[in-house]
Design a binder for this molecule. Structure first.
Ligand SMILES: [Zn+2]
Length: 491
């Protein structure tokens, strides 16, 4: 988009011109009809071909001033009256508005060919078309979420999660129904059970090597096929299957807003977690662990053969509701940027002015950052951190992904530490982030030495921009997807 003043003036002028040509044409026709003249009669009166005059009346051609003067004379009016003021009648205004709309971006992007608006088209039809046009434009505006709107939507969603202690009974119920339908005995979900769930929902699984780059899976709803990447078998092969099926189970349709897109993503991940780690089973397991004062995210991970992040996330669903433990969860990129956060234990996450946590820098003294410096990547890391807002105990691990290393941590208030393995850790941290500058500024000696002698070139964090929607399925190349489906569809 150009925003130079010159460009704007040009555009405005062109738009005014368009309106004028259309309006003048309309006015000519209106006056001609009012005087009971045919197109041929007026054409003859000004010495032009009827087709030429028709082009002027429909606004397809601009009339020279001399011709306009002749037309005004033939119609018994003045040139000023043709060019100026006097509003058009309602019908003409509607026609002009619709003609302009048909030339615009919305009609073009829908592939609707502009057509000539005949006199026989009833006025209510024109009004209905314009109303639809206005609504489509409004929805498009709404969907083109700005980063600020995206953050607001994210914030609203996290507030909802907090009031529900990150526990969604309806989603737990859906998971229970599905697991009962495929006669899952409880405990870890096997790859075969994932296939059974797919079959129950009417899908066969197909592993391919050419899945579109921008997708994790593609469902062919017509032929009941679910395509997955052969690469997805490397990590946990159940998760992409379940995530794809979760959207079907939940009946998700194309998101109408960014808020809805986020909500769907949260629900999909929640349901996937609830299938991998079934509530009835895990509650007994965790309550037993609490009784033995031996709660451990590692053990939960190993018990259900899931990633540390899935185990940590699932723990937050259960901990307050079933174990009476407020909790917090953080996912932090190796650069120090927070990418996911949840809390209902009043831990003081850094926020921007809108209250958004994602995208903020995590305190360097917190477990989530310190864990990156640990040499031992195999044992869990524990730390007590005095935050100036109370002391918290956290457990964290680093996991690799295609976007670099992330730490995932789960923490509780000091008083709740007694239920967890790792409470006897000697690791201590002091963070003044909640109350002072803390690590937001470099140490003074470094600051003085380098402040005026350095110029870092910023690398924009991809994770932040990637969450902004740019289409119905944000970030997905639909052409790739449709071509892929054509190639793989059964004959
Ligand atoms: Zn700090």
């Amino acid at each position: 988009m150009t925003t130079t003043p010159e460009a704007r003036t040009d555009d405005d002028a062109r738009e005014d011109e368009d309106v004028d040509v259309l309006t003048i044409g309309r006015r000519v026709r209106q006056l001609r009809v009012a005087r009971g003249m045919t197109l041929e009669e007026l054409a003859a009166a000004v010495g032009r071909a009827p087709s030429q005059l028709s082009m002027i009346e429909t606004g397809k051609r601009e009339a020279k001033l001399t011709l306009l003067r002749a037309i005004a004379r033939a119609l018994g009016t003045s040139l000023d009256a043709l060019l100026e003021a006097e509003p058009l009648d309602e019908r003409s205004t509607l026609e002009i508005t619709l003609e302009r709309a048909m030339k615009g971006q919305t009609f073009q992007s829908l592939g609707i060919e502009p057509f000539r608006i005949a006199k026989a088209v009833p006025t209510p039809v024109l009004e209905a078309m314009l109303a639809l046009h206005a609504e489509i434009e409004r929805l498009n505006d709404e969907r083109a979420a700005t980063p600020e709107e995206a953050r607001r939507a994210n914030l609203a969603l996290r507030k909802l999660m907090r009031t529900q202690d990150n526990y969604f009974p309806d989603l737990e119920e859906r998971a229970r129904e599905i697991l009962t339908a495929v006669e899952h005995p409880g405990g870890p979900l096997t790859q075969r059970t994932a296939s059974d769930i797919a079959a129950y929902l009417g899908f066969t699984l197909h592993y391919v090597s050419d899945l579109p780059q921008t997708t994790r899976s593609v469902a062919d709803l017509r032929n009941g096929r679910l395509y997955l990447s052969t690469d997805s078998g490397k990590g946990d092969s159940r998760t992409p299957v379940l995530q794809a099926l979760a959207a079907r189970i939940l009946g998700h349709t194309e998101p109408k807003s960014y808020a809805q897109f986020l909500r769907q993503r949260v629900e999909t991940n929640y349901l996937t977690g609830a299938l991998l780690i079934p509530e009835d089973h895990v509650v007994r397991y965790l309550q037993d662990a609490k009784q033995r004062r031996a709660i451990s995210i590692e053990d939960l991970r190993d018990r259900y053969a899931v990633s540390y992040e899935t185990a940590a996330h699932r723990f937050t669903n259960m901990s307050t509701r079933h174990l009476d433990l407020p909790v917090h969860f953080l996912k932090v990129h190796e650069s120090g940027t927070i990418t996911k956060a949840y809390e209902n234990d009043d831990v003081n996450f850094p926020t921007d002015r809108l209250g958004a946590i994602e995208g903020q820098r995590c305190c360097r003294r917190w477990t989530s950052r310190v864990v990156f410096d640990e040499d031992d990547k195999f044992n869990p890391y524990f730390q007590y951190t005095d935050t100036g807002n109370g002391t918290y105990w956290c457990t964290a691990r680093v996991e690799q992904s295609s976007e670099g290393a992330h730490s995932v941590s789960v923490g509780v208030r000091f008083d709740d530490t007694k239920w967890f393995i790792g409470r006897d850790t000697p690791n201590r941290g002091v963070s003044r982030h909640a109350v002072e500058t803390c690590c937001r500024q470099a140490p003074p000696e470094l600051e003085n030495a380098w402040r005026d002698q350095s110029w870092p070139n910023v690398r924009t964090p991809r994770t932040l921009l990637a969450t902004l929607p740019t289409g119905a399925f944000p970030g997905v190349d639909t052409t790739d997807v449709y071509e892929f489906l054509e190639d793989h569809a059964p004959a």
